[in-house]
Design a binder for this molecule. Structure first.
Ligand code: AVI
Length: 320
């Protein structure tokens, strides 16, 4: 019977055992197809992202670092002495080092999903800042987590650079800001980097670099599905495309199927039409006004704002 045939098919599916497996199957079953951007960052993807941050077209990293260096004294003066700096997602330490040199922290609390990465980063920091107390927290910072009890009495300053908030959908960004406010507590401050809306050509170039590193970064999510979930994506059969969607204020990264094809993943057949896309990332760009509205709507009060002379990137100080 039809029912028995359906059951038989269902039983041939491998039960997805990891969040990655579940999210990949769910996203690839949607119409249009999509994959969550957080799966870009395995060891390979993190190394590719590091490379992106140094590309001539990718302005955000160097612009934000420039703002921090230029305004270090002013920013440092807003950070209470003996504060605990809680960094949401620990990345490269250049921005952090600039802050550390400009204020007198009581503790540094990096929060990241990768414990190995946190330990390596802490070891490197201890060499240059031997007095600094470092309390790494291994956690997914998009979900609620507890701060170490050792920092309970210290003033709290959250640090969320890189415009990582731009990779959240607006409702997720609001959820993150609310949860960060709860985690940091009353009287806290949040220093957050936000990429600004600008000329389409500048945005498009930043996500379609001439050296093709962003294309590799994008395609790596398919390579990761092959490596970790046993998929059979042919990377040469997909092409990277990043477009600016001005109505929705976001860069969209896509992987476009060159041909009609079927990919196999965990017992499923995933069919593509020629030209069909997998939407792999959105990178939202804000105006200062729209970001302030988002912050206020999430319970924060905008306190200070710094930008570069060309108005490419913004660094906001928010008060809980
Ligand atoms: C991490 N995040 C803020 C980057 C961005 O610009 O949205 C990720 C990225 N995607 C492509 N290039 C860089």
């Amino acid at each position: 019977s039809v029912h028995a045939a359906a059951l038989d098919t269902a039983q041939r599916f491998d039960e997805p055992t990891s969040a990655f497996a579940r999210d990949a199957i769910e996203g690839l079953s949607k119409q249009p197809k999509q994959l969550p951007p957080k799966y870009f960052y395995d060891a390979e993807g993190s190394a590719l992202f590091e490379q992106i941050t140094g590309l001539p077209e990718y302005y955000p990293t160097r612009t934000e670092l420039g703002i921090l260096r230029q305004r270090a004294a002013e920013i440092g003066a807003m950070i209470p002495q003996g504060a605990a700096l809680v960094e949401f997602g620990a990345g490269s330490t250049a921005k952090l080092r600039t802050l550390l040199s400009a204020c007198a922290l009581g503790a540094y609390v990096p929060v990241d999903i990768s414990g190995d990465f946190l330990n390596a980063q802490a070891a490197a920091l201890r060499l240059d800042f031997p007095e600094l107390a470092i309390y790494p927290v291994t956690a997914d910072f998009t979900a609620p987590f507890g701060l170490p009890h050792t920092v309970r009495e210290m003033p709290k300053v959250g640090f969320f650079p890189g415009s990582t908030i731009g990779n959240f959908e607006p409702f997720e960004a609001c959820g993150f800001l609310r949860s960060a406010r709860k985690i940091l507590g009353p009287g806290a401050m949040l220093l957050i980097g936000v990429d600004l809306e600008k000329d389409d050509r500048v945005l498009s170039a930043a996500y379609n670099d001439a050296a093709g590193v962003t294309a590799k970064f994008n395609l790596n999510v398919l390579a990761r599905i092959n490596r970790e979930l046993g998929g059979d994506f042919d990377l040469a059969a997909f092409v990277h495309r990043a477009i600016y969607n001005r109505e929705r204020h976001r860069i969209e990264m896509h992987l476009i199927s060159r041909t009609a094809q079927t990919v196999h993943l965990l017992g499923r057949n995933i069919s593509f039409r020629a030209g069909e896309s997998i939407h792999t990332e959105s990178s939202y760009k804000y105006s200062v006004e729209r970001f302030n509205a988002l912050a206020r709507g999430s319970g924060w009060s905008p306190q200070a704002l710094w930008t570069d002379p060309d108005g490419m990137f913004s660094l906001h100080a928010l008060a809980a």
